[in-house]
Ligand binder design. Sequence first.
Ligand SMILES: [Zn+2]
Ligand SMILES: [Zn+2]
Length: 398
Amino acid sequence: MTSTPRVEGSLSRPCMKCRVQEATLDSRSQPVCRDCFAKFIAAKCIKQTGILGKETRLPLPTTGGPPTGTRHYMVGLSLGVSSTVLLHLLSENIEFQLARGRNAPFDLTVVHIDTTTTTTVTTPSPAVEEALTRYRTRYPRFTFHRTPLSSTTPTPSTATPTPLPTAASRSDVTRQLTRRALLEQARARGCQALLLGHSTTALAELTLAEAAKGRGFALPWLVKDGVAPVGGKRKGLGGGGGEGRENGDGGRNEDGEEEEEAGKGVLVYHPLRDALRKELVIYAGLVEPPLTDLVWETKDDAAAAVVSHKDLSIEEVMGRYFAEVEESYPSVVANVARTTGKLVRAGEGEAGGEWCGLCGMPLDEDGDERWRGELGIQERSDTGTGRLCYGCERSTAG
Ligand SMILES: [Zn+2]
Ligand SMILES: [Zn+2]
């Protein structure tokens, strides 16, 4: 992205930042050139990965001297625009450092959770494989893995014979399991952090959608950066294991070990949290060759083809709503995400809580009971996955 600098006076609409190139874009009500826009987006990502870098300091060698080794992060790649932009920016950051003779600031493993394979359809979709081949060719430095969603923790769809009632509940359960599968992959692969491509817009949508679905309690874990619980490893979830909490001090050694395992979370970061979705879409088109060549568009096409509002999931409704708000009132979008960022994680730092057997988020004992009572939800059924939060119970109720 180079163009010949010109004198400001000869420009019809100079870039507000560099003042030497013609402005071809509007960024937060300022006319800017392509280069300055690309730098603006990259700076947002670099700032957040810098914060993460401090959180994941490398241990000093016992023999003295500077730390050796490399930070190792995992990127959750949905094959959509945002996670592709994240991958590209992280790749550029590494190439920039290497070109200056420095060490790579981190190493990346990229994981795509394949939701096209189910217990009945086990052959990987050729479209997913083709897409991953494109990414591997473009970013040969990184390793890419495809993990079928069905290979993760037992799910209500595999544990119970009844299929999920609606398209909306299927999409909700798929989302929860995808997130959980990413967390489990990050832990299994020994990555220091899981990086997700959520934009400001995506975080705002997530906030309102999860609150609407009854997971308001889990929002601080979903939207803020920090350690997310990986709730899948607890034993005795369905067999009255929760009673152990009444022993008081945390008691027996065998329980202590179990709780330690359950309390071990994964650091989750959203390096693009300060960029709007429309900005990421513009960025994807500016890169040479465009990142839009890589992206797998099937999911968006499917959403656009929906005719009846009855078939829209809450995420789709929020997506359409924020697409409009983002256009005219970007600060509103930023405020939703920022306000949620100030919420406190209840019981943070304690490993004594219980986690939902499906989405893996902490259970809100009182809150979930209250929701259940007011909405007339019946006693929880044992799905073989342990206790569920209100949101997951509603999605899986037949
Ligand atoms: Zn400029
Ligand atoms: Zn849940």
